[in-house]
Design a protein around this ligand. Sequence first.
Ligand code: MLT
Length: 206
Amino acid sequence: MNYIYNQGSNPDKPVLLLLHGTGGSEFDLLPLAERIDPEASVLSVRGNVNENGMVRYFKRLRPGVFDEKDLVERTKELYEFLDEAAEEHAFDRRNIVAIGYSNGANIAGSLLFHYADAFKGAILHHPMVPIHGLTLPALSHSSVLITAGENDPICPPEESEELYTLLQEAGAETAIHWENNGHQLSATEIEAARKWYTDHSFLATD
Ligand code: MLT
Protein backbone atom coordinates (compact mmCIF):
# COMPACT_ATOMS: atom_id res chain seq x y z
CA MET A 1 0.00 0.00 0.00
CA ASN A 2 1.13 3.60 -0.52
CA TYR A 3 1.66 5.43 2.72
CA ILE A 4 3.57 8.05 4.65
CA TYR A 5 5.24 7.21 7.95
CA ASN A 6 6.46 10.10 10.08
CA GLN A 7 8.29 9.15 13.23
CA GLY A 8 7.05 11.21 16.20
CA SER A 9 9.22 12.75 18.89
CA ASN A 10 7.71 10.58 21.66
CA PRO A 11 7.86 6.83 21.00
CA ASP A 12 5.48 6.14 23.91
CA LYS A 13 2.64 7.95 22.15
CA PRO A 14 0.20 6.00 19.99
CA VAL A 15 0.75 5.80 16.25
CA LEU A 16 -1.97 7.84 14.55
CA LEU A 17 -3.34 5.95 11.55
CA LEU A 18 -4.83 8.43 9.07
CA LEU A 19 -7.53 7.35 6.61
CA HIS A 20 -8.77 9.95 4.13
CA GLY A 21 -12.17 10.46 2.50
CA THR A 22 -13.21 9.50 -1.07
CA GLY A 23 -11.13 11.42 -3.62
CA GLY A 24 -8.57 12.33 -1.00
CA SER A 25 -4.98 11.31 -0.46
CA GLU A 26 -2.56 10.32 2.27
CA PHE A 27 -1.63 13.99 2.64
CA ASP A 28 -5.12 15.25 3.58
CA LEU A 29 -5.25 14.48 7.27
CA LEU A 30 -1.63 15.25 8.19
CA PRO A 31 -2.56 18.69 9.67
CA LEU A 32 -5.27 16.99 11.70
CA ALA A 33 -2.77 14.56 13.26
CA GLU A 34 -0.55 17.51 14.13
CA ARG A 35 -3.52 19.07 15.93
CA ILE A 36 -4.50 15.88 17.80
CA ASP A 37 -1.02 14.95 19.01
CA PRO A 38 2.08 16.70 17.61
CA GLU A 39 4.38 14.22 19.40
CA ALA A 40 2.84 11.05 17.96
CA SER A 41 4.11 9.06 15.00
CA VAL A 42 1.85 9.14 11.96
CA LEU A 43 1.00 6.38 9.51
CA SER A 44 -1.11 7.79 6.70
CA VAL A 45 -2.36 5.24 4.17
CA ARG A 46 -3.67 5.87 0.68
CA GLY A 47 -6.74 3.92 -0.44
CA ASN A 48 -6.14 1.12 -2.96
CA VAL A 49 -9.34 1.52 -4.98
CA ASN A 50 -9.74 3.91 -7.89
CA GLU A 51 -13.32 5.00 -8.60
CA ASN A 52 -13.26 7.13 -11.75
CA GLY A 53 -10.07 8.80 -10.63
CA MET A 54 -11.13 9.10 -6.98
CA VAL A 55 -9.15 7.13 -4.44
CA ARG A 56 -11.10 5.03 -1.87
CA TYR A 57 -10.44 2.16 0.53
CA PHE A 58 -13.08 -0.22 -0.90
CA LYS A 59 -15.50 -0.43 -3.79
CA ARG A 60 -19.11 0.70 -3.67
CA LEU A 61 -22.02 -0.23 -5.90
CA ARG A 62 -23.42 3.29 -5.72
CA PRO A 63 -23.22 6.15 -3.19
CA GLY A 64 -23.97 4.75 0.26
CA VAL A 65 -24.18 1.10 -0.94
CA PHE A 66 -20.97 -0.83 -0.36
CA ASP A 67 -19.53 -3.81 -2.23
CA GLU A 68 -19.39 -5.98 0.89
CA LYS A 69 -17.15 -8.68 -0.59
CA ASP A 70 -14.59 -6.05 -1.54
CA LEU A 71 -14.99 -4.31 1.81
CA VAL A 72 -14.20 -7.52 3.70
CA GLU A 73 -11.14 -8.22 1.50
CA ARG A 74 -9.81 -4.66 1.78
CA THR A 75 -10.38 -4.69 5.53
CA LYS A 76 -8.21 -7.82 5.82
CA GLU A 77 -5.61 -6.28 3.51
CA LEU A 78 -5.37 -3.16 5.67
CA TYR A 79 -5.28 -5.22 8.88
CA GLU A 80 -2.35 -7.26 7.54
CA PHE A 81 -0.63 -4.12 6.30
CA LEU A 82 -0.77 -2.68 9.84
CA ASP A 83 1.01 -5.76 11.19
CA GLU A 84 3.70 -5.38 8.51
CA ALA A 85 4.08 -1.63 9.06
CA ALA A 86 4.50 -2.15 12.81
CA GLU A 87 7.34 -4.55 12.14
CA GLU A 88 8.97 -2.45 9.46
CA HIS A 89 8.88 0.77 11.50
CA ALA A 90 9.33 -0.91 14.90
CA PHE A 91 6.24 0.45 16.62
CA ASP A 92 3.83 -1.31 18.97
CA ARG A 93 0.99 -2.74 16.86
CA ARG A 94 -1.31 -2.60 19.91
CA ASN A 95 -0.79 1.13 20.24
CA ILE A 96 -2.62 2.45 17.15
CA VAL A 97 -5.30 5.13 17.21
CA ALA A 98 -7.15 5.43 13.90
CA ILE A 99 -8.42 8.77 12.61
CA GLY A 100 -10.72 8.41 9.61
CA TYR A 101 -12.97 10.72 7.67
CA SER A 102 -15.97 9.50 5.66
CA ASN A 103 -14.78 6.56 3.51
CA GLY A 104 -11.70 6.38 5.76
CA ALA A 105 -13.93 6.28 8.85
CA ASN A 106 -15.92 3.49 7.20
CA ILE A 107 -12.90 1.25 6.62
CA ALA A 108 -11.74 2.00 10.20
CA GLY A 109 -15.24 1.01 11.38
CA SER A 110 -14.98 -2.18 9.33
CA LEU A 111 -11.66 -3.03 11.01
CA LEU A 112 -13.36 -2.63 14.40
CA PHE A 113 -16.29 -4.78 13.19
CA HIS A 114 -13.96 -7.62 12.12
CA TYR A 115 -11.05 -7.66 14.60
CA ALA A 116 -11.01 -7.36 18.40
CA ASP A 117 -7.51 -5.90 18.43
CA ALA A 118 -7.62 -3.57 15.44
CA PHE A 119 -7.21 -0.32 17.37
CA LYS A 120 -6.69 0.94 20.88
CA GLY A 121 -8.72 3.98 19.92
CA ALA A 122 -10.54 5.34 16.89
CA ILE A 123 -11.82 8.77 15.90
CA LEU A 124 -14.45 8.30 13.23
CA HIS A 125 -15.49 11.51 11.46
CA HIS A 126 -18.83 11.12 9.61
CA PRO A 127 -18.97 7.32 9.52
CA MET A 128 -21.72 4.91 8.46
CA VAL A 129 -22.43 1.35 9.56
CA PRO A 130 -19.82 -0.36 7.33
CA ILE A 131 -21.60 -3.70 7.12
CA HIS A 132 -24.86 -5.05 8.51
CA GLY A 133 -25.67 -8.39 10.13
CA LEU A 134 -22.22 -9.09 11.60
CA THR A 135 -21.58 -10.30 15.13
CA LEU A 136 -18.94 -7.89 16.35
CA PRO A 137 -15.87 -9.05 18.28
CA ALA A 138 -15.50 -8.05 21.95
CA LEU A 139 -14.25 -4.46 21.81
CA SER A 140 -13.72 -3.80 25.52
CA HIS A 141 -10.13 -2.71 24.83
CA SER A 142 -11.13 0.00 22.34
CA SER A 143 -12.35 3.56 22.80
CA VAL A 144 -14.20 5.19 19.93
CA LEU A 145 -15.29 8.76 19.22
CA ILE A 146 -17.85 9.31 16.46
CA THR A 147 -18.35 12.81 15.12
CA ALA A 148 -21.42 13.20 12.97
CA GLY A 149 -23.59 15.78 11.26
CA GLU A 150 -27.26 16.17 12.22
CA ASN A 151 -27.79 17.30 8.63
CA ASP A 152 -25.21 15.12 6.86
CA PRO A 153 -26.74 14.00 3.53
CA ILE A 154 -24.02 11.39 2.87
CA CYS A 155 -23.72 9.78 6.31
CA PRO A 156 -27.20 10.27 7.81
CA PRO A 157 -27.51 10.72 11.60
CA GLU A 158 -29.43 7.45 12.02
CA GLU A 159 -26.40 5.58 10.64
CA SER A 160 -24.07 7.25 13.13
CA GLU A 161 -26.49 6.46 15.97
CA GLU A 162 -26.76 2.83 14.89
CA LEU A 163 -22.97 2.59 14.67
CA TYR A 164 -22.69 4.10 18.16
CA THR A 165 -25.11 1.49 19.55
CA LEU A 166 -23.42 -1.45 17.82
CA LEU A 167 -19.95 -0.44 19.05
CA GLN A 168 -21.22 0.16 22.56
CA GLU A 169 -23.01 -3.18 22.66
CA ALA A 170 -19.74 -4.84 21.59
CA GLY A 171 -18.10 -3.33 24.68
CA ALA A 172 -16.22 -0.38 23.17
CA GLU A 173 -16.13 2.77 25.26
CA THR A 174 -17.99 4.97 22.78
CA ALA A 175 -18.79 8.68 22.56
CA ILE A 176 -20.58 10.74 19.94
CA HIS A 177 -20.21 14.43 19.06
CA TRP A 178 -22.78 16.20 16.88
CA GLU A 179 -22.22 18.98 14.36
CA ASN A 180 -24.51 20.82 11.99
CA ASN A 181 -22.30 21.39 8.94
CA GLY A 182 -23.45 18.64 6.60
CA HIS A 183 -20.70 16.21 5.60
CA GLN A 184 -17.96 18.77 6.18
CA LEU A 185 -15.13 18.11 8.60
CA SER A 186 -15.30 21.27 10.68
CA ALA A 187 -12.79 22.95 12.98
CA THR A 188 -15.06 22.50 16.03
CA GLU A 189 -15.24 18.79 15.44
CA ILE A 190 -11.47 18.51 15.16
CA GLU A 191 -11.26 20.39 18.44
CA ALA A 192 -13.76 17.92 19.97
CA ALA A 193 -11.55 15.06 18.75
CA ARG A 194 -8.45 16.70 20.24
CA LYS A 195 -10.22 17.11 23.59
CA TRP A 196 -11.50 13.51 23.54
CA TYR A 197 -8.00 12.24 22.78
CA THR A 198 -6.39 14.38 25.48
CA ASP A 199 -9.04 13.37 28.04
CA HIS A 200 -8.20 9.74 27.37
CA SER A 201 -4.87 9.85 29.15
CA PHE A 202 -4.13 6.23 28.22
CA LEU A 203 -4.12 7.34 24.58
CA ALA A 204 -2.29 10.62 24.94
CA THR A 205 0.45 9.62 27.38
CA ASP A 206 2.65 6.61 28.04
C1 MLT B 1 -18.48 5.74 1.50
O1 MLT B 1 -18.63 5.44 0.32
O2 MLT B 1 -17.63 5.27 2.24
C2 MLT B 1 -19.42 6.76 2.03
O3 MLT B 1 -20.51 6.89 1.21
C3 MLT B 1 -18.78 8.07 2.24
C4 MLT B 1 -18.09 8.56 1.00
O4 MLT B 1 -18.67 9.24 0.17
O5 MLT B 1 -16.94 8.23 0.86
